[in-house]
Every structure is written in C-alpha cells, then in structure tokens.
Unconditional design. Structure first.
Length: 212
C-alpha cells in the first residue's frame, strides 16, 4: 500500500486529489495539509511514502516545504501555473515529479506510482522546456564528486540521464536489474543528490550528456 499526504491550500483541490487517489486499490491518502508548514508537521507525524505538494501555499510555500520534506518522503509537486521558476525550483528543491493540476487523473496516479518506486515523472507538457533549458546551459566545472564514481557508475549515470529505466540499463550493460539499483543508490550517495530526477539535472549541468 502506498501512503500519500496531500498538501494544498484549497479544500476543493484536496478533496479532488483524495477522491482520485483513494479510488486506487494500492493507494491510501493518510492525511491532508492546507499549507507548507502543516505539510512538514503532518509528514513527520504520518511518515507517508509520497507527499503531493502544491507549490503556492501560505505560511511556508511549496518549494520551501519540498526542501524540508526531501529525505523524509518522496515528493510530487503540483502547480496551476506553467512557469519555469516553479518547474526548476521544485526539481532543484528535491521533488521527484512535477505535474500541472489539470493533468489527466491517470497521469497523477502514474506519477504517484513512479515517485514511490524512486523514479521521476515530469508532465510531458513541460519536458521539452526542461530539456531545452539544459541544452542552453554551459557545463559547470568538473565536480570533484564525479571522481568518486567507478567506471561502471559513470556508465549507469549516463544511461539514467538519457531517461533509461533500471531494466533498460541492465539490458544495455548486460548486468542484473538489482545491480543497477545498487549502482544508482551509490551514485545518489556519492553525488549527494536526493533522487533520480536530480541525477538527470546533475548530468546535464556537468556536460555528461550529449545535448544535440
């Protein structure tokens, strides 16, 4: 069972999210929060697997809440506003997924499942802009943390950055899927990034992916 905390300042939105998610047999909405501060408190109390967090909330906004929640639970960010500041702010804060609020309910459910599995999911309507922004960036200077990676971990990181899942990486490198999961976990620890989406950002920013 995937336990979920829903955080949004509008009661009608929280009700809608609860209705959609609770209809799934393997998802349980265990709590709600009407602002970012309450989301942090409720996350500590309930320990949900996934927090679905609106980016515009009073007291503590969604991006600040995501900063606080990262490491405690996996976060799926939601917003009404299709703005780059929200997209990049949420992902840099540690969100594992990003959806617009008018997304199809099936995409919301898929996103919760993907985030729970440790994968990332970004609304297809903003993915192009995300990649385009990376393509315009000049690579950052080499990071000393990259020297901590083994040759195999470098290979796995590049495949993750190209969007391959664990099964596809395992086939490409002729290794077991469990071995891929172990490599990804070690890469996350060595590079000190919170999740798979942030690994992709890191790889692009450091010029580890062909941007053509």
């Amino acid at each position: 069972m995937i336990t979920v905390l829903v955080a949004d300042d509008q009661a009608a939105v929280r009700d809608a999210l609860r209705t959609v998610l609770s209809a799934e047999p393997d998802i349980e909405v265990v709590g709600e929060a009407a602002d970012g501060a309450a989301a942090i408190v409720e996350s500590d109390r309930l320990r949900p697997d996934v927090a679905v967090v609106d980016l515009r909330m009073p007291r503590v906004d969604g991006i600040a809440a995501i900063h606080a929640l990262t490491g405690r639970t996996r976060v799926l960010a939601l917003t009404t506003f299709d703005l780059d500041d929200y997209l990049f702010g949420a992902l840099r804060a540690g969100a594992s997924g990003f959806l617009l609020k008018d997304s199809d309910p099936d995409l919301l459910i898929a996103a919760v499942h993907a985030v729970h599995r440790g994968h990332g999911l970004v609304d297809p309507r903003v993915t192009g802009r995300l990649i385009g922004r990376f393509a315009r960036l000049s690579p950052l200077p080499p990071s000393p943390e990259l020297d901590l990676l083994t040759d195999r971990e470098h290979e796995v990181l590049r495949h993750v950055a190209r969007g391959l899942g664990n099964a596809a990486i395992a086939r490409a490198l002729s290794i077991g899927e469990g071995t891929v999961k172990t490599h990804v976990a070690r890469i996350l620890a060595k590079l000190d990034v919170p999740g798979r989406v942030q690994l992709v950002i890191y790889a692009y920013e450091h010029g580890l992916v062909d941007r053509r």
